[in-house]
Design a protein around this ligand. Sequence first.
Ligand code: ADP
Ligand code: MG
Length: 347
Amino acid sequence: MIEDKNPQRTPVEQLGEFGLIDFLTSQVALQHESSILGIGDDAAIIHSKDHTVITTDMLVEGVHFDLSYVPLKHLGYKAVMVNLSDVYAMNAIASQITVSIAISSRFPVEAVKELYDGIHLACKTYSVDLIGGDTTSSTSGLIISVTAIGHQKEEKIIKRDGASDGDLLVVSGDIGAAYMGLQILEREKAVYQANPNNQPDIESYSYLLERQLKPEARKDIPELLEQLEVTPTSMIDISDGLSSEVIHLCKNSNVGMKIYEDKLPLDPTVITSCEEFNLDSTTIALSGGEDYELLFTVKQEDFPKIKANPSLSIIGHAVPENEGIHLITRAGEQIPIKAMGWNSFKE
Ligand code: ADP
Ligand code: MG
């Protein structure tokens, strides 16, 4: 599916490990005051008077991505996004990342450069500094592990454990689109494998593909909430799907939750593609994953400040823990939300 735009293939051995690191990172200029020392010594140095948050996520070829349809530049960008999303979910300001890669010998320098083009673009767009990493070889595909560091005043950090009975449950953006983007990529891959001359029909799905291939971490949401003078009581990012993240929030906060099916924010293309794939759009919204939206609770008194905001949807409210976690369907039925995803309990 992806044309080889890089006919030039320089073997990594030609540059050597240090030559490669230099080639990939020589353009890095540190932007953050808290970045004291970057790439080039045994360790980087950061300093901040605030608290430091730190998070790591690893992406493994064949488990988290398929290089037959994921362009390397997008992969690099996404590997940074999934980590920044966790920093923003703590209400912290992301400031540094480290990037560790294991690459197989079939990877030419040009391919690693594409990966780093995506990483550098993410750093620039989100204003974080690449301050270090590790480079090694792999006998079984590409592995990319990013660590993100952020800072925030102690009292402003928001964890998963602060929700209480009556709080409103809010989600940013819309959900389910990244999963449908993956369905489309998988389908087009199968079509292509059957007949490489078939042109993939992906024009009408551009939003879904973008959500899968080029997710954006919601740096803007904590900023928006600050402007609105709303402090969430608890917060988490949606990487594994709404239902599993809601369960995490509820477990950590010792509350139950009611979520309303008719309040779930779905892009129209999610609904049409679900019809096409014969999938239930509510199930996809609850269990799809990879949306990288923020899910948080706010005090009821904050309702007027957020109700009309196009970036925020109020989808439910917290109830006492012993009432459990339920989806209230359009028909008014209460369906328990389970960790495995709502769908597996539907029948
Ligand atoms: P050491 O042998 O001391 O671990 P390395 O040779 O692995 O050092 O790395 C040299 C420098 O380059 C260090 O500052 C390290 O953080 C950085 N570095 C190594 N690999 C990468 C990478 N893939 N991306 C960014 N920085 C890297
Ligand atoms: Mg090292």
